[in-house]
Structures are given as C-alpha cells and as structure tokens.
Design a protein. Structure first.
Length: 133
C-alpha cells in the first residue's frame, strides 16, 4: 500500500477509527483498487507505532462493512465490487459524487490559502469534533 496512513494522537478519535476511516477514504478516492492487498496487521501496526490489536480492530470493522476481505492465504484485500457491500456502505466510505466534489473544493481552497494537507485534515477533524461526529 503506497498511500500513507497517519495517526493523530491529539484527537479524541480512537486510532482504530482513524485507520478504518483513512483506508475507507483511500478506497473511495481510488487510491486502493479492488483486489489491492493491505499490509499485514503486524506490519501496519509497526509502521504506525500502535498495537497490533488496534489495526486488527480496524480491519475487522472494514471486513464487517464488506469493504475488505480477509483470508489466510491472501491476507486482507479490498473487496471486489461495491454491489457486494451492504446498502449504504458506499456512502459510508464517501463514494457520493457531491461529497467528493466538496472534498476537491476544500483542497483547492486550502491550497489557495497556503494550507498543507495536514492542516486541512486537522481543521476538518477539529470541526467534526466540535459537532460531536
């Protein structure tokens, strides 16, 4: 997995939810395609500096939503089709076109204001926390 996952320990969002959300977002924007293999639980945990159980929980949540599939031989891979996911799962990972357009707009406005990606994420996370999301 080439895309980078970042854990923010300063936020109230538990690390497993941050991992789950970021993987879901990477799938939604096409960074992770169907069949793409995710890192092993131990490998990702070591890279992020979190307990293996934290990554395992994120993977289990993603599997329960049918976003990824785990088996012993192939490891954890991105599920093949959105039709295999329960109703609403595509919306949960941000696949709605209007949401993606709004994200693109946010990025463009942030760049115009001289903000980097980390600051945009921090601002968005702070606002979500204020709203209790």
């Amino acid at each position: 997995m080439e895309a980078q996952i970042v854990i923010d320990l300063a936020t109230a969002t538990p690390p497993y939810e941050q991992i789950q959300g970021q993987i879901s977002a990477l799938i939604a924007v096409g960074e992770l395609q169907a069949g793409a293999r995710l890192p092993t639980v131990r490998s990702l945990a070591a890279d992020l500096g979190v307990a293996a159980g934290t990554v395992a929980r994120a993977y289990k949540e993603l599997e329960a939503a049918r976003i990824v599939i785990t088996n012993r031989r192939q490891g954890t891979v991105v599920a093949g089709s959105r039709q295999a996911r329960p109703p609403g799962a595509a919306r949960a990972v941000g696949a709605d076109g209007a949401v993606m357009a709004a994200v693109e707009h946010l990025i463009e406005e942030g760049e115009r204001a001289g903000l980097d990606g980390t600051m945009l994420i921090t601002l968005l996370q702070g606002r979500l926390n204020q709203r209790g999301k």
